[in-house]
Write a protein that binds this ligand. Sequence first.
Ligand code: FAD
Length: 136
Amino acid sequence: MYLTRLLYCSERNAEVDLDIEQLLYSARDYNGRSNITGALWFDGTYFVQVLEGGRQVVSETYHRIAKDPRHHSIEIVSCEMVDARLFHQWRMAYFADTADNRSLVLKYSGQDKLIPSNMSSASLLHVLAEGNLLGD
Ligand code: FAD
C-alpha cells in the first residue's frame, strides 16, 4: 500500500448548490475512516485539493470526487508515490481566499489570485502547505 499524494484542481459548478461546511464535514468523516489526509483550497471559483493516503484508497476517493456535480473541469495536476505526508495532521485542511493567503499566492505565482493553470504542482503544494487554515 504505497503512500500516494494526488493533487487536482477543478472549478465550481455555479448551477449546483454548494454548502462548503457540509462538504467539509462529510469529506472529513470519510477521510478519517480511510486514513486520508489532505487540504482543500476554495476561493469561490477554483478548488485545489491534495489527497494523501494508500494508493488504492486515494484512487477510489479521487474517482468519487471527480463524479461530484458540484464541480467540473477537473484536472489531475500530479500524482506520485511519496515517503511522507505533508498534511498528516489534517483530515482535510481548508484554505480560502483571505488576505494572508493572497499574499502567499503572490509569493508562488505571477499574481495574488490563485489560477491553477498558471502554477506548477510544486507552487500549489507550497501554497497549501504554508497557507492560513480556516479549519481542519
Ligand atoms: P452520495 O452522498 O451518495 O451522493 C450521490 C451523488 O450526489 C454523488 O454524485 C455526489 O457527488 C453527489 N452529492 C453528494 N452530496 C451533494 C450535495 N450536497 N450537492 C450536490 N451533489 C451532491 N469526499 C470525500 O470523501 N473526501 C474528500 O476529501 C472530498 N473532497 C471533496 C472535494 C470537492 C471539491 C467536492 C466537490 C467533493 C468532495 N467530496 C469528498 C465529496 C464526494 O464528492 C462525495 O460527495 C462524498 O464522498 C459522498 O460520496 P457518495 O458516493 O457516498 O455520494
